[in-house]
Design a protein around this ligand. Structure first.
Ligand code: F6R
Length: 616
């Protein structure tokens, strides 16, 4: 996820900005940049693809003087990772420079309008549109920097946190936010200011923080009081909060591990994933990949999903979604098996590659095979500009931000969210989805982030529960229907970070073998939300109970029947059956996390595993 730091005051800005960017590295990024207004009022902008250390190498021989500047770490969304696309972006005249977090949804329209008025663009980003728009408004209406920012933002649809610097007004920085966080730190004697996307890069300088609210603009002026306005120009009283942060935890955004941070990221990143796609004002989901390739997708004879690990589990849910809503047969293949199996692929097949990293060697090879057979290739990828993203005919990014913990968490829910949006869009285009059902899923999908929040509130309880089970050498995870892939995912999470052997099974298969394993030593996790086949799952629980197995049940809130039966349960809010995986997987992620923590293991970098499996 992108990160922002800005400074204006009496110190030299460069060390503050670079130090701040290092503090933001925990968010993950692919390029970095800094803009400084030098002691001779020269605007110096330095950028580099890769790490902050590479930016430092670029800047090392250059003029880094100045007491005012802005800096950024970028995680690509519009346009791949490159120096050209890195922030800060500079306006046509070279007067304004800007850093931005978020996504500008109407950037294409704005860009076209500005091009018609003679403006030129150097990058593929939505951010450059913002800086050009502010300049255009400022020049054509003769406005101050803050008034131009205010006027320009009224024409923008989307999410943003921005900081703008105008080299003609070396006394001020202007920042604004909407749906993307932004905090201002008030430094020594109230006359120096730090701006950042979260408190971590500035906490070592000040505890006095002002958290901007949505659609607020702040003017940080040297030697003056901070001023905050709404987008419509009304003054807002400045509310200063005292924030004490444990600096040792800052690189993980205040969480002890990346994995826990990423589990807690899920409500907000799923909103990012749906942003500009689930459109309440139109009552519809719109995916540009489906709009652009409608005929090809509607006429698909079959979908073949190729992926590995957690992404393969998301694919199993995708199969159910696409078959149910679009009435297209779907096969889900391990990419590693598919690539060597001489599979039958028809030119009217759609091969869908699902991958968080976009670099998994087996998935790439499966795509190659599909291409040779003339199939249409659709990517569901997180890393923008990755090899898989570049090798597909079209696709949909999941936009959940960089995933750093080796065990995949938010990428899984992001993938399931995209697959749900795809099934709705395609089902509507094909006319195979019932209108009432479309509406129900559309409405409920938007409630999922807040329902995940409610599950996360049980984190402490799940931590206590996990202590009971650290003794175990084996776990069984059982689920049916929509929750069967969740059972597989829960087992994978546990085994990869806690090194406890765990198996996921369709619950009804238990009596065909695994039941022999059950005794008082064996924890069995039932994913037993109150959807299809609930009664049958309850019978399976009875079978485990009567063999003294130790049950942990994931149940729908208020399921008194199961609560009476088992001593350990975790409740999740009610939802539609097809969306149940988005909720029922959350307690399993937390359970695996806490068991591993209890065992004192390296949760973020478990032994023998790599985040990106670029070898077969
Ligand atoms: C599990 C995990 C792996 C990945 C798999 C595929 O937590 O992270 O199983 O899901 O290696 O990786 P991607 O999705 O990057 O292709």
């Amino acid at each position: 996820m992108c990160g922002i730091v800005g400074y204006i005051g009496k110190r030299q800005a460069y060390p503050v900005l670079i130090g701040g960017l290092h503090r933001l590295e925990y968010r993950g990024y692919d390029s970095a940049g800094v803009a400084l207004l030098s002691d001779t009022d020269q605007l110096n902008v330095y950028k580099a693809k890769g790490k902050v250390s590479e930016l430092e190498a670029v800047a090392s021989e250059k003029d880094c003087s100045g007491t005012m500047g802005i800096a950024h770490t970028r995680w690509a969304t519009h346009g791949g990772p490159s120096t050209k696309n890195a922030h800060p972006h500079v306006s046509e005249s070279g007067n304004l420079t800007l850093v931005h977090n978020g996504i500008i949804e109407n950037y294409a329209v704005l860009r076209e309008q500005l091009q018609k008025r003679g403006m030129h663009f150097q990058s593929e980003t939505d951010t450059e549109v913002l800086v050009q728009l502010i300049e255009y408004v400022q020049t054509s209406l003769g406005l101050s920097l803050e008034a131009a920012v205010q006027a320009a933002l009224q024409r923008v649809i989307g999410a943003y946190a921005i900081v703008v610097l105008d080299r003609r007004t070396p006394n001020r920085l202007v920042a604004a936010r909407k749906s993307s966080p932004m905090v201002v730190g008030i430094g020594e004697d109230g006359k120096e200011f730090f701006v950042a996307s979260d408190a971590s890069p500035i906490a070592e300088y000040t505890k006095q923080m002002v958290y901007l609210k949505d659609e607020e603009i702040v003017v940080c002026e040297r030697d003056k009081e901070l001023r905050v306005y709404t987008l419509t120009g009304e003054n807002v009283p400045v509310e200063v909060k005292k924030v004490e942060l444990d600096l040792t935890m800052l690189d993980k955004g205040g969480f002890p591990h990346f994995m826990l941070k990423e589990i807690f990221d899920q409500p907000s990143v799923l909103q990012d994933c749906m942003r500009g796609r689930v459109l309440p004002e139109h009552g519809r989901v719109i995916l540009s990949a489906v709009t652009d390739h409608r005929e090809r997708l509607i006429k698909a004879r079959r979908f073949i999903i190729v992926s590995c690990g957690t992404s393969w589990h998301a694919g199993l849910i995708g199969k159910q979604l696409i078959e149910h809503f679009c009435k297209i047969p779907v096969e889900v293949e391990y990419a590693s098996e598919f690539r060597y199996r001489d599979p039958v692929i028809y030119p009217d097949d759609v091969v869908m590659a699902i991958s968080q990293s976009g670099e998994t060697a087996d998935t790439l090879a499966a795509i190659e095979l599909a291409r040779k057979a003339g199939a249409f290739v659709f990517g569901v990828v997180n890393a923008v500009g990755s090899s898989i993203a570049r090798n597909t005919d079209t696709g949909t990014y999941i936009h959940v931000g960089p995933e750093i913990g080796v065990a995949s968490t938010k990428a899984f829910t992001g993938q399931v969210c995209v697959l749900t949006m795809l099934a709705l869009t395609l089902g509507e285009a094909k006319g195979t989805i019932d209108k009432k059902e479309y509406q129900a899923v559309f409405d409920e999908l938007q409630l999922i982030p807040q329902k995940i929040e409610r599950i996360l509130e049980q984190n402490d309880r799940i931590a206590v529960l996990s202590k009971i089970f650290t003794y175990a050498h084996n776990f069984l995870y059982l689920g049916r229907g929509w929750n069967y892939p969740v059972a597989l995912e829960g087992a994978l999470k546990l085994k990869e970070i806690s090194y406890i052997h765990a198996e996921g099974y369709p619950a009804a298969e238990m009596k065909h073998g695994p039941i022999a394993l059950i005794d008082q030593e064996m924890p069995v996790v039932f994913i037993a939300t109150h959807h299809q086949l609930h009664e049958k799952i309850i019978s399976n629980m009875q079978e485990v109970k009567s063999r003294n197995g130790r049950i942990i049940a994931i149940i729908t809130e208020g399921d008194e029947v199961v609560k009476q039966m088992v001593s350990e349960y975790i409740e999740v809010p009610d939802t539609l059956a097809c969306l149940a995986p988005l909720l029922s997987v959350i307690p399993l992620q937390l359970l695996a996390y806490h068991v591993a923590v209890q065992k004192g293991l390296n949760v973020d970098q478990p032994r023998n595993l790599a985040k990106s499996v670029t070898v077969e």
